[in-house]
Design a protein around this ligand. Sequence first.
Ligand SMILES: C[S@@+](CC[C@H](N)C(=O)[O-])C[C@H]1O[C@@H](n2cnc3c(N)ncnc32)[C@H](O)[C@@H]1O
Length: 231
Amino acid sequence: MLRKPIKGIVDPPGTITREYVEDYIREILPEEQGILKILMQQAQERHIPVIEPEVAALLKNIIKMSGSKKILEIGTAIGFSAILFATAAGKDASIVTIERDPDYTQEALKNIQEAKLEKTIKVIPGDALEVLPRLENIFDMVFLDGAKGHYGEMLEQSITLLKPGGLLISDNILFRGMVANDELVRRRKKTIVMRMRKYLKTITTHPQLETSILPVGDGLAISLKNQEEEI
Ligand SMILES: C[S@@+](CC[C@H](N)C(=O)[O-])C[C@H]1O[C@@H](n2cnc3c(N)ncnc32)[C@H](O)[C@@H]1O
């Protein structure tokens, strides 16, 4: 049964962890350096929703721990996370990232060039719903960070593109807490919330996936694709 928020001790809608905890974590994490620091500042100033610092720190470690080199991202924006992934994956990394907004695509290409990572990161312009069925490479990790209402439609393609033992990481899955509590849901967001709940139900019960859900950033789901013999 869902517990209701208790008056007086719940953070304002929009946060899924206590603000003081989030502030503390952000304070102790070392700042990104170089172009990542510049891009993070730009994103904050221009309200571009790039991954939060604590999510960036977690994903860097996941990439290093899992030895992921071939990474597919849906939702490039200005290229912050793609550059972060390429840096974390190191030598022999190969990042493919899909972006449907032409202005962001251009900006990401410029930033990737500035980071001297144009050989490592390939930006595919277009809607992931159309691009995914055309991809043939197999990836170690897929990062879903595009339109939240469409994760469900991208799920089976993403699983197909993952190697056995690969990782599917879905961002923003708690959507400012709304996914976890009806009282926080704003009317215009109802459809996204319903779709996200359905997506979470699917990935937590999917026969090919082992999923954990973490209340970090805006909510992160980490799904491990089973080895073939476990299916
Ligand atoms: C949250 S931002 C991505 C942030 C980026 N991953 C980062 O952390 O640096 C989401 C991006 O996904 C793009 N997007 C949304 N739906 C998409 C789709 N179906 N196909 C491709 N791009 C999409 C949006 O245009 C937006 O730039």
